[in-house]
Design a protein around this ligand. Structure first.
Ligand SMILES: [Ca+2]
Length: 393
């Protein structure tokens, strides 16, 4: 018996049909053949590709630009021991989700990269909230039919790998009362379900949320709520209950922060946000499930809020893109387009040759082979719905 009810929304979502079309997800990583070249015509039955004999042994030898001790591409040194560079690539899907800020974006291996909600201002300045669910299969965005959570923005959504479902929490919609949500929803191949009958974290928006793959919990930190202003509390969802973990030390209260889980080091990484006095933050914190510790990286991105973090599993680094570096009358006055990577010791700006236009409040998700960026609010409060990928190649 489960300890809570999941209320299935009627008007069913055709996620099963959608999933059928998403086999393969975003492309693989093109591993080269013949890695163990012995000078003969074949290596273990694989045709010889001319890869240098020692590629993958960790020592740079004749004919190699690099050798990082593995035969994996997209980690900075390719499967054939060639140097790789960080690259943003704009995709050209035929249709795209609406141009909004503050949608949530998360990748489910079965469903694809899923988009939900968001908001934009119409020409009269009114904020319009969205309730659409879309999924990206690596080539095309498809709208997902059926009933969904109420329209909202500045919510959180992550893939819960232990339960095999997307988890959505909170957010806001100033057209309804109360205007900040404290509801939990899950999405799997059967559609959206609201999780009922369990205590929830207090209503909030503009918080950080990511999945801890070692402890199998969704971690939530901070955010904005009408009654408590700006939060500094840490909550965990284990698939049946939310727990306020009350660590002995915590980052200062904030909203507009971002979290990503560094699976190689087993640490939740937090960067930046906006403090209760509207000051911009540029600090980095790590959480191991017991306590938060502020790190002292050798270099850091400038202070900002409404940026996005994602964990690049190929490079074992947390990637940061964009955000807002100066508050303005409508929320932002300076939008960023910088890309940084964090390995636990330092932040390094990767400066790709091409980058997405500056923005804040965008979506960023790891798809299994690359990071995918979608939409946001760009320079001059221009709403975007472009789709980009980032990886080293
Ligand atoms: Ca490599």
């Amino acid at each position: 018996m489960t300890m809570f009810k999941r209320l299935r929304i009627t008007g069913l979502v055709s996620m099963a049909a959608l999933a059928v079309g998403i086999a393969g997800a975003v492309g693989g990583c093109g591993r080269a053949v013949g890695l163990a070249d012995d000078g003969g015509a074949f290596d273990s039955g694989v045709p010889d590709s001319g890869v240098p004999d020692g590629c993958g042994n960790g020592t740079v030898e004749a004919g190699e630009e690099c050798d990082d001790g593995n035969s994996v591409s997209h980690d900075g040194c390719s499967a054939v021991c060639g140097m790789e560079a960080p690259r943003w690539t704009e995709l050209q899907p035929g249709t795209s989700p609406p141009a909004v800020a503050n949608r949530a974006l998360a990748h489910d291996p079965a469903l694809g990269t899923v988009f939900f909600g968001g908001a934009h201002r119409d020409p009269n300045g009114a904020v319009i909230y969205h309730d659409e669910t879309w999924a990206f299969d690596g080539v095309s965005w498809s709208g997902v039919a059926g009933s969904v959570p109420p329209a909202r923005a500045s919510h959180g959504m992550v893939f819960d790998a232990a339960r095999g479902e997307l988890v959505l929490f909170g957010g806001m919609n100033s057209d309804v009362s109360p205007y900040t949500f404290s509801d939990t929803w899950v999405l799997d191949g059967s559609g959206w379900l609201r999780v009922m009958g369990v205590p929830q974290p207090p209503a909030r928006s503009w918080f950080g949320m990511a999945f801890d793959a070692a402890r199998d919990v969704v971690v939530l930190f901070g955010g904005y709520s009408p009654d408590r202003a700006v939060g500094g509390d840490t909550w965990e969802w284990d698939g049946t209950a939310w727990l306020d973990t009350t660590p002995a030390t915590s980052p200062p209260t904030r909203l507009g922060l971002s979290l990503a889980y560094d699976a190689a080091r087993g640490r939740m990484v937090l960067f930046g946000g906006r403090d209760p006095g509207e000051g911009l933050l540029g600090d980095t914190w790590e959480y191991d499930g017991t306590s938060w510790v502020e790190t002292t990286p050798g270099a850091s991105p400038e202070a900002r809020h409404s940026h996005a973090l994602v964990y690049d599993a190929a490079r074992a680094r947390v990637v940061l893109f964009g955000g807002c570096a100066e508050n303005g009358s409508l929320g932002c006055a300076r939008w960023l387009a910088d890309t940084w990577e964090y390995d636990g010791a330092s932040w390094v700006e990767t400066s790709p040759a091409t980058s997405p236009p500056a923005r804040r409040s965008h979506g960023l998700a790891w798809t299994g082979s690359r990071s995918l960026l979608q939409g946001g609010e760009g320079d001059g409060s221009n709403y975007l719905n472009d789709t980009w990928t980032y990886r080293w190649e």
